[in-house]
Design a binder for this molecule. Structure first.
Ligand code: BGC
Length: 504
């Protein structure tokens, strides 16, 4: 059952007026909340202090690949202003901060025999220490899409599981050794599925490979995304085995993988073929990774039936290692789609289960208010359904590691007006989603232990460049110091959590 939230008011007491009294204290006292970021999207300093080139540096410097022709050379300059950022985050009341490490800052050439960059280690030590000194718990992602370019050049990166895995393991070992005394919450991969689909099927993300020869010189969209995802799953499992054997006994941390997943709901909920199609879409998107890790040690039957030998097979050893290789369910989710079955057989380039994903259903109802991002619409109902679906399928405690939205009209000159900073669309999004999450905990019994807002400040949204502003902090990209202006949503999120988290 989903209780509809009351529509928010627009005055300054907005946050208070949208708190649903029956959900007060719904979340556990040790619930972790804060903001999530990724190195390549915020740090800048792309070639400073010994950092090596990543595939996103390469793509950003290739003409025609980024919507606004921008690069992440400076991004928000989080590398330079980490102390100011930690102070601002503290003022936002967070308990935790999820960020990623740039592999090529730590090992510039990436490989197992390549030198470690002391300046890279120093930067992350400083950041971790600053967080801890301010009472903020670090959640650290090893891989958020920025593989060192050298590994891509040497052997094709993740297309080569045998060569790639030892390199990833050595990088992870360096990180556990350097930071594991203070970092107790590790995430191996961020969204392995988006990395492989956007980078190797659509070819719009780094490393930019696909079957589309107008866009990419090389690649095969019908096989490579599945090969790359397989590499991610297997190398994740070996990494977790290493952590559990060599580090966990002394460091006592936890380790998980973060999966992407939006909700798919039938276009016509009376048509058994659409009901089946929605389930198949969830399996192609989520169970692709979820089943091997939490349920069976293998890919879902629906994927094998459609993809045959294009879907790699786990060896017996890999399957055993992958199953149970994540302490928790790391979950990123943003939106919901209506899903309609197709009447034609699946094409080789299909990755979604031979379905159509639509904005309106058979009754003409919309999947939600539009954001400033074409695929993203507000739909808290879908989040609640999805939390239940994941919980019922896997029964593993969920850590939400990303959720957030863009809002129209934020591309203005500095200084932004009060009206722009009063980001009503984003406030309504968080109000809806956080009430849905709390409802899933309190009324449906789903075990949810964290929530990280995407994201702290506006940042470099990959191939969309600076055209998507996801932050609760507005950035003036024209100012040398990338001046930060807090949006109203930062206050509202804090007030929502003050209301929703139970007191000790
Ligand atoms: C990614 C983020 C990205 C966000 C918004 C997630 O898929 O992990 O890096 O910025 O979505 O598109």
């Amino acid at each position: 059952m989903y209780v509809k939230s009351t529509p928010p008011a627009t005055n300054h007491s907005l946050a208070m007026s949208i708190l649903e009294s029956h959900l007060k204290g719904a979340l556990r006292p040790d619930f972790s909340w804060g903001y999530a970021t990724a190195a390549a999207q915020i740090e800048g300093a792309w070639n400073v202090d010994g950092k090596g080139e990543s595939i996103w540096d390469r793509l950003g410097h290739t003409p025609g690949k980024i919507k606004d022709s921008s690069t992440a050379d400076d991004a928000t300059r989080a590398y330079d202003f980490y102390k100011e950022d930690v102070a601002l985050m503290k003022s936002y009341g967070v308990r935790a901060y999820r960020f990623s490490l740039a592999w090529s800052r730590i090992i510039p050439l990436g490989g197992k025999d390549d030198p470690v960059n002391p300046k890279g280690i120093e930067f992350y030590n400083n950041l971790i220490n600053e967080l801890i000194a301010n009472g903020i718990v670090p959640f650290v992602t090893l891989f958020h899409w920025d593989i060192p370019q050298a590994l891509e050049d040497r052997y094709g990166g993740m297309l080569n599981k045998e060569k790639y895995t030892p390199d990833f393991l050595r990088y992870a070992r360096v990180c556990f050794e350097a930071f594991g005394d203070r970092v107790k919450n590790w995430i191996t991969y961020n969204e392995p599925g988006v990395y492989s689909l956007a980078g190797y099927a659509a070819g719009v993300h780094a490393p930019g490979r696909s079957s589309n020869r107008e866009l990419n010189e090389e690649g095969d969209s019908s096989t490579e995304p599945f090969i790359v995802s397989h590499t991610e799953l297997v190398s994740h499992a070996y990494c977790v085995k290493m952590y559990r054997e060599d580090f966990k006994p002394t460091q006592k941390g936890t380790i998980m993988i973060t999966l992407h997943g939006n909700y798919s709901t039938p276009w016509d909920d009376t048509d058994p073929l659409d009901i089946e199609a929605a389930q198949r879409a969830r399996e192609f998107e989520i169970a692709w990774f979820g089943d091997p890790v939490y349920k069976t040690g293998d890919y879902p039957a629906s994927m094998r039936a459609q993809l045959g030998d294009r879907l790699p097979r786990f060896t017996e050893e890999e399957s055993k290692l992958v199953l149970g290789s994540s302490d928790f369910y790391g979950m990123n989710s943003y939106t919901t789609f209506f899903v309609k079955h197709k009447k034609t057989p699946p094409e080789p380039k299909d990755h979604v289960g031979n379905v159509e994903k639509l904005d309106t259903n058979s009754k003409g109802e919309s999947r939600g208010p539009e954001s400033d991002t074409y695929w993203l619409r507000t739909n808290p109902w879908g989040l609640r359904q999805l939390l239940n679906w994941i919980w019922n399928r896997y029964k593993v405690p969920i850590f939400m590691t990303e959720n957030g939205t863009t809002a129209k009209g934020e591309h203005v000159d500095a200084p932004p007006s009060e009206d722009i900073l009063n980001d009503k669309h984003r406030i309504e999004f968080f109000n809806g989603y956080l009430n849905a999450l709390a409802g899933a905990v309190k009324e449906d019994g789903v075990d949810i232990r964290s929530y990280f807002v995407w994201t702290f400040t506006d940042n470099w949204e990959w191939a969309a460049g600076y055209t998507d502003r996801f932050g609760v902090t507005w950035i003036d990209y024209n100012s040398p110091e990338k001046k930060r202006y807090p949006k109203k949503s930062a206050t509202v999120v804090r007030e929502l959590f003050e209301h929703l988290i139970a007191k000790e």
